[in-house]
Design a protein around this ligand. Structure first.
Ligand code: GLP
Length: 240
């Protein structure tokens, strides 16, 4: 795994955004997957700016959602859908058919998994995936103990994830399950970026780098991907 430590969050986001821009320049119909959560918000802003400035053309690109809280939809503040649309998709001139995103309000999560798996299969491969690292090492909603052989699947959320979720919702919400791309799906991506920012992520970033690959820390399960880079700011890389 390559490690790239940037000075601060703006520099980190600019560098991650440039990776996405380069991917689309090389392959205009690229399939792009960027996590929800707080970590990539600056990447979204940088990509919107690049689109407005004509430095990237997303008109032929495709976007894939990484994960979602089951039971939450677009109208629920802090859902992945709400965050990604608000900060990114709503600000770009995209057509609906360019986006595939888990529906957290589905009555049939298994069918939803199949739908997303089929979308990925139709595109053959995710060209670039930008992942955040959760406080417990989760990537997407691949929680500690996850199998590395999963494609899209429903997840029982880890207590750490349930506790951390308050920061998105602004209040405790009864979220017990999520739906997520699996480790196998993610590992099949052509290019992978593991992104982390801030001192509070420094311990899990160090564990990700220093621990043998283990499902106890899901972020370690992608370390041997042939084209993965851990991109962090100095605060998140402080224990490396
Ligand atoms: C959340 C999301 C993930 C995200 C990760 C880190 O629970 N489901 O998509 O990448 O955990 O979140 P954050 O960037 O807010 O720290």
């Amino acid at each position: 795994m390559n490690i790239d430590i940037k000075q601060d969050y703006p520099e980190l986001c600019a560098a991650v955004a440039q990776q996405v821009i380069d991917c689309v320049a090389a392959k205009p119909d690229a399939l792009i997957c960027i996590a929800g959560g707080d970590t990539p918000l600056g990447v979204f802003a940088a990509l919107v700016e690049a689109s407005n400035d004509g430095r990237v053309d997303f008109s032929r690109a495709f976007f894939l959602g990484l994960d979602e809280w089951l039971g939450l939809g677009r109208d629920d503040k802090g859902s992945c859908r709400e965050m990604v649309w608000h900060h990114f998709f709503d600000k770009l001139p995209l057509r609906d058919e360019q986006i595939c995103f888990f529906d957290g309000l589905t009555n049939d999560p298994a069918a939803e998994c199949q739908r997303v798996d089929a979308f990925i299969a139709a595109h053959q491969q995710i060209d670039i995936v930008v992942l955040g690292i959760g406080m417990n090492g989760h990537i997407g909603f691949n929680e500690p103990g996850v199998s590395a052989e999963n494609t899209c699947h429903v997840v029982d959320l880890d207590p750490v994830t349930q506790a951390v979720s308050v920061k998105y919702f602004g209040e405790p919400r009864d979220v017990k399950q999520g739906i997520s791309l699996g480790i196998k799906t993610l590992r099949a991506a052509k290019r992978m970026i593991l992104m982390a920012s801030g001192e509070k992520k420094s311990a899990i970033v160090a564990k990700t780098v220093q621990t043998e690959s283990s499902s106890d820390i899901p972020s370690t399960l992608v370390k041997d991907h042939p084209n993965v880079t851990l991109m962090v700011d100095r605060a998140a890389g402080g224990q490396l």
